[in-house]
Design a protein around this ligand. Structure first.
Ligand code: ZN
Length: 366
């Protein structure tokens, strides 16, 4: 159906509100809601702030001033995602809207979960409310790409991240100098860090290989950014990291992926062998640990494994203009990556370093 300019305007406002949950809503979807009166004035708005917290529709309803509640039966609700029709951690939003019975509800996208898709929408229609679905649908599906991928594939949305020198190295030291505990070899300048930390905060997990942990001893957090740090996933199928390693002591919540598990292993130990393939690991990280997205930060071998197995959705890569003239080769960017859709920036520069953000060539919904 074709939507009026006013519909698109209010849905865009709801989409912008939804985006505010980007660091805290996952593994729940990003949802925004705008309630408009008969004169096309916004009388209520809300978004889904935190996992398990009130849904956007409830937030919007509760934001309405007391003298506006009489207008609710004439209102139009703009909701970026189909209202839920099941009682989970909170009551069903479709029940709330059915009770209020507004004149019209405009929905961005249906819930991707096949078990709920269409049911919230149907409930509202049966209550006699006009329901129009599909306003800004493609852009909203992109905004909720992680949730969409999760519900269809039962695995996390995977983002690969690395930094390379202009001559193609991610660590400028010769191998004999990459000794345990020798620390990281920064490729990018300090100015690049805030964006790197934002990239971390956007994902629920951060994966790093045992070799990188041994040499670089990375922090893997979001530093001063006001957002939760992702949960560390230490990829150690050869079991070379001891349980008393500083990273595991510092972060008892870290998931330690090991080849074999003894009967008295920590519940955060996840059994996985390299020959089982990354799909198997990703399935476990989603199903058993609730990781709806994963940022893979290295090292080179780990990143190359993800690239070779096609087990990724996005790539974020820094490039420094300075050569290192040797060292550890950085992964090669696949030749068939595509730009981000809907005007989202796929490249930029901060200080002297430049970054790109590319997407896997398969469609988000494939
Ligand atoms: Zn809901």
């Amino acid at each position: 159906m074709k939507f009026a300019a006013a519909d698109i305007h209010f849905m865009r406002t709801a989409m912008e509100l939804a985006e505010r949950g980007k660091f805290t809503a996952a593994p729940n979807p990003l949802v925004g809601c705008v309630i408009v009166n008969n004169d096309e004035q916004i009388i209520g708005q809300g978004w889904h702030k935190t996992y398990g917290g009130p849904h956007a529709e409830v937030e919007a309803f509760e934001s309405i001033a007391a003298d506006h509640t009489a207008l609710l039966h004439e209102s139009t609700w703009y909701i970026t995602l189909e209202p839920c029709n099941h009682v989970g951690k909170t009551p069903a939003c479709a029940a709330l809207i059915e009770h209020i019975k507004p004149k019209r509800v405009v929905i961005g996208i249906r819930d991707f979960n096949p078990e709920v898709a269409g049911r919230g929408l149907e409930r509202l229609r049966q209550a006699g409310i006009q329901v129009d679905c599909g306003c800004l649908a493609n852009e909203l599906a992109w905004q909720n790409r992680r949730f969409c991928w999760n519900t269809q594939k039962n695995r996390p949305w995977v983002v690969l991240k690395w930094a390379t020198s202009i001559d193609g190295f991610m660590d400028g030291r010769p191998s004999e100098h990459r000794l345990p505990g020798s620390g990281g070899f920064p490729i990018t300048s300090e100015a690049a860090k805030p964006l790197t930390h934002t990239w971390r905060a956007l994902e629920k997990g951060i994966a790093v290989g045992a070799g990188t942990v041994t040499v670089d001893e990375p922090q893997l957090n979001v530093r001063s950014l006001k957002a939760p740090s992702p949960r560390v996933v230490l990829l150690d199928p050869e079991c070379i990291i001891r349980p008393n390693h500083p990273l595991l002591l510092r972060d008892p919540n870290a998931i330690h992926v090991v080849g074999t598990i003894s009967s008295n292993s920590d519940p955060n130990c996840c059994a996985w062998q390299v020959n089982e393939g990354l799909d198997k690991l990703l399935e476990q990280l989603f199903t058993n640990y609730g990781l709806s997205s994963l940022l893979v930060e290295g090292g080179a071998m780990v990143l190359n494994d993800f690239l070779e197995q096609g087990a990724w959705n996005e790539i974020k890569r820094w490039t420094s203009p300075l050569p290192t003239k040797g060292g550890l080769s950085a992964p090669l960017l696949p030749s068939d990556t595509i730009s981000l859709p809907y005007g989202h920036k796929s490249s930029g520069q901060i200080g002297m370093d430049s970054w790109i953000n590319r997407l896997h060539p398969r469609h988000v919904f494939d």
